[in-house]
Write a protein that binds this ligand. Structure first.
Ligand code: OOB
Length: 532
């Protein structure tokens, strides 16, 4: 495996192959096979209504692959991709897979403080952006500063007006060697808990299994019309089953620019969408909006909800409010996926976050000492399996903490396992805030806050919120006059911090409560918010 990655031990790799999980094919077969078996079927539709058949998409991916090769991109090169939900995202990913170059999937919301470290860590040779996003943000300005601070970035490729940069290149298709299926195909971003980004290597074998098995578990088929409402680059929308799973099933992918009911409902009606995936706050919004909507949503069969805990009460209202079934999904970019099944009793679908996708997923629930808890008791979820990473990219010290010696990933999630094998997520032990599915590593935000001249110390915690699940509160110890929330967020924006990571509230204290070993007690800080 690529230098800086941790491979599965041989006996595990052999077992996953023997079980048929690892097919020994490049991820790219998802499009190649579709173009061969049903060339004229529609693979992709954008918000404006443009359509590409499997054959057309395949041909365009070949042309982009040749164009990228012509620019000098080669197998093993890392390319940071930051695109909205546009057809070029799909074309580019397959183009990169065909030359064996490795996409690093950033989110459209990321800004300089996320993109620059990402380019640095991956030693990216290229950075791909759109000219503008829906709200008019100009990514070329971001690219200018990234290029200045990260010398490895030779090419900035732009979908739209490139200005001084390069347009996404296309050329006559060329013959290219197929990549080794055991190798890394792409990198996903971890939600993270530390001050620096973590990259998750996903191999052809493991991600192909992730997509195909998700498609099977979620009942996808050739009549599936999957709506991409979340960012396409997020694992959930990309491969759980998402875009890749829909291609695996020979269905149609429809791209929505954003998840607002105004944007999405007309698309559901126009394209007769059958399935989509959202985070809990979006599900709540859709349920409220559906009551007054004129659009016909009756094509919708399944709403997948995940990324953060979806409470039982709204979960129970989904079928009535949206006229479709609910599936709860508890997943992570690191690998493990839990799905409630289509034939599960309603009680399990409403009150659990699903059970592991694969029979080869191994689950352990442990207490603070790492000892397995009694069945049904709550503890930290550890996992190992055919599509769960064995280590983050180039992060040996972090890996020593995030994995057990026998290769289990420490998820940082508190769960309890029911006799049926279904998991209930009860909380978390990792220092991260989950703001409606968007993950904020506490340490990273604290480091940015500490850079403010009036901040002596900072500790961020989540505060319960009915819609978002959690919002972010920054506790500060200040030097001199305390800054206002407005000043703090303006300062963070100036530093290039993504908008979703900005604190919703600040509280100034004289001192932080400490634990018995003298660390800042986030538990006690959380209690301060509860007792209001
Ligand atoms: C998904 O992936 P990530 O990498 O953005 O975040 C993973 C973390 C989990 O460790 C857990 O803390 C939280 O997000 N989470 C949930 C959850 N789904 C994810 N917490 C409670 N209930 C749920 N249903 O978020 C992700 C990846 C693939 C599919 C779905 C979600």
């Amino acid at each position: 495996m690529l230098d800086g990655c941790v491979p599965w031990p041989t006996e595990f790799a052999d077992a996953y192959r023997a079980a048929g999980h690892w097919a020994g094919q490049p991820l790219d077969v998802l499009l190649r096979d579709g173009a061969r078996d049903h060339p004229d079927r529609i693979a992709l539709v954008d918000a404006a209504g443009s359509r590409w058949s499997y054959a057309e998409l395949d041909a365009r991916a070949d042309r982009v692959a040749a164009g990228l090769h012509g620019l000098g991109l080669r197998a093993g090169d890392r390319i940071v991709v930051q695109l909205p939900n546009i057809p070029e995202f799909v074309v580019l990913i397959f183009g990169l897979l065909r030359i064996g170059a490795l996409p690093v999937l950033a989110l459209p919301a990321h800004r300089e403080s996320e993109i620059a470290p990402l380019c640095e860590l991956s030693e990216a040779v290229a950075y791909v952006i759109a000219d503008f996003d829906e709200a008019g943000y100009d990514y070329r300005a971001l690219a200018r500063s990234v290029r200045k601070s990260v010398p490895s970035v030779e090419h900035v490729l732009v979908v739209g007006d490139p200005e001084e940069f390069t347009a996404l290149p296309e050329a006559e298709p060329i013959a290219l060697a197929a990549p080794d299926p055991g190798e890394v195909a792409l990198f996903l971003l971890s939600g993270g808990t530390t001050g620096t980004p973590k990259l998750i290597p996903r191999t052809h074998n493991d991600y192909l299994y992730n997509a195909r098995e998700s498609a099977r578990v979620c009942g996808l088929g050739e009549h599936t019309v999957y709506l991409v409402a979340l960012p396409a680059a997020h694992n959930f929308a990309f491969a759980c089953p998402g875009i890749l799973g829909t291609f695996a099933a020979g269905g149609t992918v429809v791209l929505a620019p954003d998840p607002s009911p105004d944007g999405v409902f007309p698309l559901i009606e126009r394209e007769k969408v059958t399935i989509t995936a959202v985070v809990p706050p979006v599900a709540l919004l859709w349920m409220d909006a559906a009551e007054f909507a004129d659009e016909d949503l009756s094509s919708l069969r399944l709403l997948q909800v995940g990324g953060a805990k979806f409470s039982a009460e709204p979960a129970s209202r989904v079928p009535e409010a949206l006229g479709c079934a609910l599936q709860q999904v508890f997943g992570m970019a690191e690998g493990l996926l839990n799905y409630t099944r289509l034939d599960d009793p309603a009680e399990l679908v409403i009150t659990t976050q699903g059970r592991p996708m694969s029979g080869s997923d191994e689950i352990r629930v442990v207490d603070e000492d790492g000892e397995e808890v009694a069945p049904g008791q709550s503890g930290e979820l550890l996992t190992r399996g055919p599509y769960t990473l064995r280590g983050y990219y180039r992060a040996p010290e972090h890996n020593a903490r995030s994995f057990t010696p026998d290769g289990f990933y420490r998820s940082g999630d508190l769960v309890r396992v029911l006799p049926s094998g279904h998991l209930v997520v009860e909380g978390r032990v990792k220092d991260q805030i989950n703001r409606g599915g968007e993950k904020i590593p506490a340490e990273e935000l604290e480091n940015h806050l500490l850079a403010h001249p009036a901040v002596h110390d900072a500790a961020v915690v989540g505060m319960a919120d009915e819609i978002m699940g959690e919002r972010t509160c920054a506790f500060l110890i200040v030097k001199g006059e305390a800054p206002t929330l407005r000043e703090v967020t303006a300062f963070l924006r100036e530093r290039g911090v993504a908008a979703y990571k900005l604190p919703d509230r600040i509280e100034v204290l004289d001192a932080f409560p400490l634990t018995t070993v003298g660390k800042v007690s986030k538990k006690a800080l959380g209690k301060l918010l509860e007792t209001e």
